[in-house]
Design a protein around this ligand. Structure first.
Ligand code: BES
Ligand code: MN
Ligand code: ZN
Length: 493
């Protein structure tokens, strides 16, 4: 992880310097000092590059003098429009533009402690790499940047402001690691083992195997798993940050549930070969819940939260579930499995029923890479939000705006529910192509027992094929920051 420090404003004696500059800002402070120390090189370069501080624009000056290797200017746009997102993106731009430097100092005329920490957050998030399996990468191809010092006159307050953001970033990294892992390595037992390690952060972790789930009657989840030689797991992670470990809770817990299909071939309703490798990240909902729980514990959030993940592999085999099978879910409701590739909802059905039966949640939020249809509807810009609760929806939408992990609310309606009626069982697991993400949500709603609930379909958001300001291409960990913020803004005592 990129090493972060905060210090009082002073020109660095070596290395690279990043200047964060507002549109129309006049040189002052360190910027003016630097311009003088370099004989006006900064002003001349800005002039040639027509750099004005416009949002998102950058200008790099190589070997400007004053013993510096590079100066990078990053535009923040108009001061009145400054927001957390812009500061994070500026931090991200420093990392993506200065990866060949080893150390960088970041300055601006007036960063508060909180703002300095937000720049650091963007930088750290952008610096993520998953390079476990690269054994031949040449040193000159690897990013060298290992230390960033953000200058602010409130440097000791900035350190305190950074602590919770640091914990959140570590949660994001954990999720990105899990989602990036290949499916031969990260199978359900391995994923459960990685959850167990979270007890180091003070979480209580329970793991259920096929025997325990069989006894409970998890017919829907186990039906999906039965074609695979890998055993399924359900993991329950408890963070008692409001009541204290081992004490009686004062308030109902908030509950998060994740779809963890460590590989989705489609089963007997098998998927086409092209792009099937993407289905290694069909456990992103679970990965997000795990990273979220690590973030909450890491920053000692004053909340009682429970994270549950259903972990299975969906494979075709002589023992696999067939189209036409009828399974009995833990709720007692029967399901006709028309398409074995609509497996995520079957996994969630049992885990959600268990969550609401066992924990009497204040609310439940589930996350799942559930449908290709949500990508058709919302693309890769918004996650789909489905909920039976307007207040929870509004809070989730606000947390999405605040973190940049945005959600768009989709409808739920009895009229869609009709599409999943079965002729021989209580319901079928697919409702046809029209409104495919909505009928999937209607299916899940049948297992929430009227409790306040939201379902986030993150199929379009969990993986990115291109670098963005604070997220390198690959696993995004979409949802970790969003739900961490939901808790921080609304549910901490
Ligand atoms: N895991 C997939 C959904 C998915 C598709 C996630 C693309 C990420 C990218 C899910 O299990 C699935 O296969 N859904 C089917 C449902 C259909 C059979 C009703 C789909 O979307 O095609
Ligand atoms: Mn599927
Ligand atoms: Zn799936």
């Amino acid at each position: 992880m990129l090493d972060i420090a905060f210090a009082k404003p002073a020109l660095p004696k070596s290395g690279a310097l990043a200047l964060l500059i507002h549109e129309g800002e006049k040189p002052s402070g360190l910027w003016a000092q630097l311009d003088e120390a370099t004989g006006g090189a900064i002003a001349r370069a800005f002039d040639v590059a027509e750099f004005t501080g416009a949002k998102g624009k950058t200008c790099t000056i190589l070997a400007p003098g004053a013993n510096l290797t590079r100066v990078l200017a990053v535009g923040l746009g108009k001061p009145a429009d400054l927001a957390q997102k812009i500061l994070e993106e500026a931090g991200g731009a420093v990392v993506s533009n200065l990866s060949r430097e080893t150390a960088v100092t970041v300055t601006n005329s007036s960063l508060t402690a909180q703002q300095a920490a937000e720049v650091a957050l963007g930088a750290v998030l952008r610096s993520y790499r998953f390079d476990r399996y690269r054994t031949k990468e040449k040193a000159e191809d690897k990013p060298k940047l290992s230390r960033m010092t953000v200058l602010t006159s409130e440097n000791s307050k900035a350190k305190a402001a950074w602590e919770p953001l640091d914990a959140t970033a570590k949660g994001v990294f954990l999720t990105r690691d899990l989602v990036s892992e290949p499916p031969n390595v990260l199978d359900p037992p391995e994923m459960a083992d990685r959850c167990r390690k979270l007890s180091e952060l003070g979480l209580k972790v329970e793991i259920l195997g096929p025997k325990e789930m069989g006894k409970l009657g998890f017919g829907a989840l186990l039906g999906v798993s039965q074609g695979s030689v890998k055993e399924p797991r359900m993991v329950i992670m408890h963070w008692n940050g409001a009541s204290g470990a081992g004490k009686k809770p004062r308030d109902k817990p908030v509950v998060f549930v994740g779809k963890g299909v460590t590989f989705d071939t489609g089963g007997i309703s098998i998927k086409p070969a092209g792009g099937m490798e993407d289905m290694k990240w069909d456990m992103a909902g679970a990965g997000t819940v795990i990273g979220l729980m690590a973030a909450l514990a890491g920053r000692k959030a004053k909340v009682d939260a429970i994270g549950l993940v259903g972990l299975v592999e969906n494979m075709p085999s002589g023992n696999a579930q067939r189209p036409g099978d009828v399974v009995t879910s833990y709720s007692g409701q029967t399901i006709e499995v028309i398409n074995t590739d609509a497996e995520g909802r079957l996994v969630l059905a049992d885990v959600l029923w268990y969550a609401q039966q066992k924990y009497d949640p204040k609310f439940m939020v589930d996350l799942a890479t559930l449908t290709g249809a949500i990508i058709i509807g919302l693309g890769h810009e918004y996650g789909g939000l489905f909920s039976n609760d307007d207040e929870l929806s509004q809070k989730l939408t606000a947390a999405g705006q605040a973190t940049g992990e945005r959600l768009w609310r989709m409808p739920l309606d009895e009229a869609y529910d009709k599409q999943i009626r079965s002729d021989i069982a209580d319901m079928k697991n697919v409702g046809g192509r029209p409104g495919g993400s909505i009928t999937a949500a209607q299916f899940i709603q049948r297992f929430v027992n009227g409790k306040p609930w939201a379902h986030l379909d993150i199929a379009g958001m969990a993986w990115s094929t291109k670098d963005t300001a604070v997220t390198p291409k690959g696993a995004t960990a979409f949802g970790v920051r969003l739900l961490d913020r939901l808790v921080a803004d609304n549910y901490e005592s």
